[in-house]
Design a protein around this ligand. Structure first.
Ligand SMILES: C[S@@+](CC[C@H](N)C(=O)[O-])C[C@H]1O[C@@H](n2cnc3c(N)ncnc32)[C@H](O)[C@@H]1O
Length: 209
């Protein structure tokens, strides 16, 4: 049975585990609808989170699912210490590009709010490489910022200019769906949600056996 996603209770726990100073990590569930796709991660599976940041999503999987193994990669210095307080089979690797990703394949691959940070000329290949990491029958979850409504897309560009100091580039969801389907996946869900001025869109797909 799915555990309940009690947002306020979870944010309180994240604030305690990540530490008050990590506001941009523990406050993520306020603006990112993790609850909409976290329960698509089946129990007892290995999970590879690309662009994991400090590991908020991995933490949520650790407490709300029953993962076999968690692996996060990102370009930042982190150690996923907060995740390790609730689950010990977790690994982190600091990377520069997808060439540094581990050789292993995983049952679930997640890419949450990362694609728009990737150079436009590398985005398609980045998606294909993520897809290559998935075992037969495995699950792909890609969540990114929606380009509609335009006001929200603009506000998110502003957000990333201020906080990530980067002029981001959105990747077309149509292209994303095409790449996923061309590579032997069945799309199970495409959905969207607006929270405040953040417009989210995600795709969940299953790889053929
Ligand atoms: C908005 S944060 C999302 C973090 C996390 N996925 C979450 O949902 O809480 C975007 C993350 O993408 C990471 N990132 C940017 N470029 C990347 C790259 N080339 N490979 C992997 N991660 C990258 C950033 O360092 C940052 O942690």
């Amino acid at each position: 049975m799915n555990k309940v996603f009690n947002k306020n209770k979870i944010i309180k726990e994240l604030r305690f585990s990540f530490g008050f100073k990590k506001f941009f990590s523990w406050a993520r569930p306020w603006i990112c609808p993790f609850e909409k796709f976290i329960f698509s991660v089946p129990n007892n599976k290995s999970v590879f989170d690309i662009g994991c940041g400090d590991g908020v999503f991995l933490y949520l999987i650790a407490i709300l699912r029953k993962p076999k193994f968690l692996y996060g990669v990102d370009v930042i210095d982190t150690d996923l210490d907060a995740v390790k307080t609730v689950f010990n089979k977790v690994k982190y690797k600091k990377i520069s590009t997808f060439l540094d990703w581990p050789e292993d394949k995983f049952d679930v691959v997640t890419v949450i709010d990362v694609l728009h940070h990737i150079k436009p000329e590398e985005q398609s290949l980045f998606v294909k490489k993520a897809i290559d990491k998935i075992n037969p029958g495995g699950i792909l979850i890609i969540k990114d910022m929606n380009t509609r409504p335009m006001f929200c897309a603009f506000m998110n560009i502003l957000h990333d200019l201020i906080f990530a100091k980067q002029l981001i580039k959105y990747f077309s969801f149509e292209k994303l769906k095409n790449i996923i389907e061309e590579n032997g996946f069945i799309i199970q869900e495409v959905n969207s949600k607006i929270i405040l001025w953040y417009s989210h869109k995600w795709v969940i797909a299953k790889k053929n056996n």
